[in-house]
Design a binder for this molecule. Structure first.
Ligand code: SF4
Ligand code: SF4
Length: 84
């Protein structure tokens, strides 16, 4: 578990994406960028705040954000995340 990346997982489904750019516009931390091939990519994945805005704003469901297993486990164990 110590070597797992501690930021959300960002999955982009190119076969579904219509290159509208909405996800890039939505992201408050500039994680998502549109590449020269017109497809989005996670330029700064470590800055993702798991706000889900890109996922919600994508008109075709081409982005999926998920938190890593370690985060789910900490929530299940009642570590205090989200209780401050
Ligand atoms: S979940 Fe939020 S912070 Fe993370 S890539 Fe999407 S819009 Fe950006
Ligand atoms: S919002 Fe969805 S369809 Fe538009 S560029 Fe981003 S991933 Fe592609």
């Amino acid at each position: 578990m110590a070597n797992e990346p501690r930021f959300p997982k960002i999955e982009i489904y190119r076969e579904v994406c219509i290159s509208c750019g909405a996800c890039e516009q939505s992201c408050p931390t500039d994680v998502i960028r549109i590449g020269s091939d017109q497809f989005p990519f996670a330029a700064y994945a470590e800055d993702c705040q798991a706000c889900f805005l890109c996922q919600w704003d994508c008109p075709v469901g081409a982005i999926k954000i998920s938190v890593h297993k370690w985060f789910d486990e900490r929530i299940e164990k009642g570590s205090g995340i989200g209780k401050e």
